[in-house]
Design a protein around this ligand. Sequence first.
Ligand code: TLP
Length: 367
Amino acid sequence: MPGVEIENRHSTIGNGIWYCSEMKTIDLRSDTVTLPTPAMREAIYRAELGDDVFGEDPTAKRLEEMAAERMGKEAALLVVSGTMANLVCVLSHCRRGEEVILGDRSHTFLYEAGGMSAVGGIHPHTLANQPDGTMRLEDIEAAIRGDNVHFPRTRLICLENTHNRCDGSALTPEYTQTVAELARERGLRVHLDGARIFNGAVALGLDVTVLTRDVDSVSFCLSKGLSAPVGSLICGSSEFIAEARRNRKVLGGGMRQCGIIAAAGITALEQMVDRLAEDHENARHLAEGIARIPGLSIALERVQTNIIYFTLAGGRLNAGTLVAKLADRGIKILQVSPARMRAVTHYGITAEDIELTLAALTQVMSE
Ligand code: TLP
């Protein structure tokens, strides 16, 4: 089953029910660990292919048309990853020496290897992310540069929805619209890192286009909660996507028979979006259980989608030890700082897995 593997383990310690020679692994490190569904493997097998750099892969074209329509944009482009999607978008909006306003906890700033400056000579201007993943409007306004020879030119504002490091929070359409209005007034563009935009739409009960209508470009991932093996899409105007296609090529991202990837992506869009609600329910259940375990603390009011963060509230354990002890019990989560951890629910994680995880956490915390 995707996200769940059977491992051979020969544990001699402990007395929990999960100790046995054949131990199930519950992998909550990320929704990126999801494996393609049987329907995706079938679609990959049957995919009609061509050379996409010549514009001749019918499956890639179909996925790009579907993606553009889903996001309410004119056109779309398939790229390898979320990281490449964000980089291609920034390169397509900005020239060398220009500046991007983005959150200090945004994925693009924290976890994309500084690509915009390393590759594009583009200057990141970070502003404090609020706990809900927003940046204050007054901070954005104050950060936009005046026309002065000393300053880089501000060109772009980047938002992230859902916001990974801010507890998987979903940005509201009202917030996005307000930022976009400010951007338009000041002659700037807005890019949305929508790696998990469908989680946002499902959590807010909105059509995804309501979350994307005000931005100039949006990227979203097929290979997270939607379970496809690889790929992200960039959506925007036809003119923007033509520029993005060129920048994808610069990065070596022209993929020949990429219908192989696109076929799984089509299945993902057709079959895997609505079920994200189940991941949100499991995350909530996990969070509520964690809130009841002495020594752990979690901001329950922040739990909205499939990502939860929780913290050790004092005591003798550090997060590294707790993560290792859980791993010994076949449960994988991520340590993000000395006291803080992340767990992400996804396809293949069941309500029973959540119970097992809570039982393991309770046991480790009481040892
Ligand atoms: N996030 C990964 C890690 O890189 C942290 C994860 O496990 O959550 N935008 C957002 C909001 C993301 O969370 C990620 C991946 C990306 C972009 C990059 O996507 P990929 O991994 O496809 O390059």
